[in-house]
Design a protein around this ligand. Structure first.
Ligand code: CP
Length: 309
């Protein structure tokens, strides 16, 4: 297979295993490109991409912009805070105005789950979901699996625990779909209040004891507690959360094996992860960020190939 089965990247749940393999093979090529002295290829000189961020971002926004520039695309950056959205313009009007400037592809982060799907039904452009509320963050899950493959040789057969605020996490849902498609076994671990009731239907193991989870896994993906999505308290205090669900060096030293530690960022040092773990050889956190550029180049390149058909 040399093309994606989809015209948009709206979520991992719309992809199949061959799509993920194609994205990874293409990312392998672009990873080699971005390590050359001249880190740019002319592939997308005829493509214009708008990055629409209706919610804060550091890694995803910069990573998409860099990926687009490395592919020689023309890039427009839009942030809702400085836009006419504040004057009451609708999402479709905003995007259609941008598209009338001959834009081919839209990368969008939005606080509302399903915003990307909605947009893909109303505008003529290829849409990439850069995170929609607590729903999906597909490029994050792709770069996470790619980084596991890079460190451990493959994703198939690996045991991955996702720790923390599963309830409010788009990273958790996209990772569960991506890891299962590739044959990994997935566990979620956190306070019962932060594990969604529907989780059993996703075929994952559930654990509320972090030590048990760390003993079980090959990889622990530590999530941030998403206070900005919480209207009520889900645990007594941050200190107690850290005591029960924070990873620290003593916990890792007590294991009879080495495990890989991941985090999508931004990190709350001293809450879900201590600095001596985040900055240790166990951690592949900065590899994840670096791989994000190659993965996003691959996704953009493969979707652009479908626009050109
Ligand atoms: N991992 C991630 O999505 O980070 P940002 O919110 O900084 O983009």
């Amino acid at each position: 297979m040399s093309e994606l089965s989809v015209d948009h990247l709206l979520g991992i749940k719309y992809l199949n295993k061959a799509d993920i393999e194609l994205i990874f093979d293409t990312a392998d090529h672009f990873k080699e490109v971005i390590n050359r002295p001249i880190k740019k290829v002319p592939s997308l000189r005829d493509i214009t991409i708008a990055n629409l961020f209706f919610e804060n971002s550091t890694r995803t926004k910069l990573s998409f912009e860099l990926a687009e520039k490395r592919l020689s695309a023309d890039v427009l950056n839009f942030s809702s805070a400085q836009s006419s959205v504040k004057k009451g313009e609708t999402l479709i009007d905003t995007v259609n105005n941008i598209l009338s400037m001959k834009v081919d592809m839209v990368v969008m982060r939005h606080p509302n789950p399903g915003a990307g799907v909605f947009l893909s039904k109303h505008v003529k452009a290829s849409i990439i979901n850069a995170g929609d509320g607590a729903h999906e963050h597909p490029t994050q899950a792709l770069l996470d699996s790619y980084s596991i493959r890079e460190r451990l040789g493959s994703v198939r057969g690996k045991k991955v625990v996702i720790v923390g605020d599963i309830l409010h996490s788009r990273v958790a849902l996209s990772n569960i779909f991506a890891l299962q498609l590739q044959g990994a076994e997935v566990m979620v671990c956190g306070p019962k209040t932060l594990i969604p009731k529907y989780i059993d239907q996703l075929g994952v193991n559930v654990e509320t004891n972090l030590k048990t989870a760390l003993n079980w896994c090959d990889v622990a993906n530590m999530l941030r507690v998403q206070n900005e999505r919480m209207e009520v308290s889900y645990f007594p205090t941050t200190r107690e959360y850290t005591q029960q669900f924070g990873v620290n060096k003593a916990l890792l030293d007590a294991l009879d094996k080495d495990i890989v530690i991941m985090h999508p960022g931004p990190i709350n040092r001293g809450v879900e992860i201590t600095s001596d773990v985040a900055d240790s050889n166990h951690s592949i956190i900065l590899d994840q960020v670096q791989n994000g550029v190659a993965i996003r180049m691959a996704v953009i390149y493969l979707l652009a190939a479908k626009i050109k058909q």
